[in-house]
Write a protein that binds this ligand. Structure first.
Ligand code: FAD
Ligand code: NAG
Ligand code: NAG
Length: 208
């Protein structure tokens, strides 16, 4: 019997989306095995300020927990505020400039991200520190830093991926996880991170 070759997937971009996809592929390798390589244009995890917060909804959280192994899942609270029990709660309120609550969405209280993930109706959101979430997701991922993808060429066998430093890599499947508005890799099979969308839209696997 012919030995089936393990396909190689290259992920361009080690943001929240690329990292989540990496974990999902490794977590599911008993179903389908891939060699996964992930490339990032930034020079290190601290190269660029990652921004303030990102809100994860109950649906987004369910999807995220499906993607990541339990070792990473157990670190998620490190990326989230820890409200004082009985005094503060998770979630989002709209207040005026001195903190008077103008709008408090009627949501069932939940004590942590795992409880949030169990809410199957309505929309509840947990605030997450964007940089810490990325740090949590980076654990165990062999990101190749300083690798800006500048071009790709499709051949009969697969895809050649070219980097700014002059190097090139071959893969069977190339995934653009390089942010939602990337002009460079426009025609690519792309994914992005949508913590706010319904479960199955968490990754937007849109055909080019
Ligand atoms: C102000 C603001 C608030 C937001 N709030 C929310 C929210 O509450 N909830 C939510 O779900 N979403 C929110 N979003 C959208 C949010 O930014 C995205 O959900 C999330 O950051 C997308 O993750 P990503 O991995 O797809 O892209 P990114 O986080 O942009 O990651 C892309 C990565 O690819 C790298 N890269 C880019 N080009 C190349 C290249 N050519 N070669 C190699 N690497 C490359 C980049 O350096 C980057 O690290 C918000 C966005 C903004 C601007
Ligand atoms: C929102 O406001 C309500 C009512 O004042 C309060 O009980 C709740 O804890 C607040 N939630 C957050 C996230 O601050
Ligand atoms: C997914 O991508 C398609 C095609 O680019 C787009 O039409 C659709 O709105 C996207 N879905 C989300 C949730 O952004």
């Amino acid at each position: 019997m012919q030995q089936e070759k393990i396909p190689t997937i290259i992920i361009v971009g080690a943001g929240l989306g690329g990292l989540s996809l990496y974990h999902a592929l490794i977590k599911n390798k008993d179903k389908k095995e891939f060699n996964v390589k992930i490339f990032e244009r930034e020079s290190s995890p601290t190269d660029r300020w990652q921004g303030y917060h990102i809100g994860l909804t109950n649906y987004g959280t369910q999807s995220l927990l499906n993607c990541i192994p339990s070792s990473i899942a157990s670190n998620l609270p490190k990326a989230m505020p820890s409200p004082i029990p009985g005094v503060e709660t998770h979630g989002i309120n709209i207040t005026d400039q001195v903190g008077n609550v103008l709008l408090a969405p009627p949501v069932k209280p939940y004590k942590d991200v795992y409880e949030l993930a169990k809410i199957s109706r309505g929309l509840s959101t947990i605030v997450t520190y964007r940089d810490r979430l990325r740090d949590v997701l980076l654990e165990g991922v062999p990101v190749q830093w300083n690798k800006k993808c500048v071009k790709y060429v499709e051949t009969q066998e697969g895809v050649w991926v070219f980097f700014e430093d002059g190097s090139q890599e071959f893969c069977n499947i190339l995934v653009g996880a390089d942010g939602i508005n990337s002009p460079k890799l426009k025609d690519l099979q792309r994914i992005s991170f949508f913590g706010n969308f319904e479960q199955h839209n968490f990754f937007n696997f849109s055909e080019k």
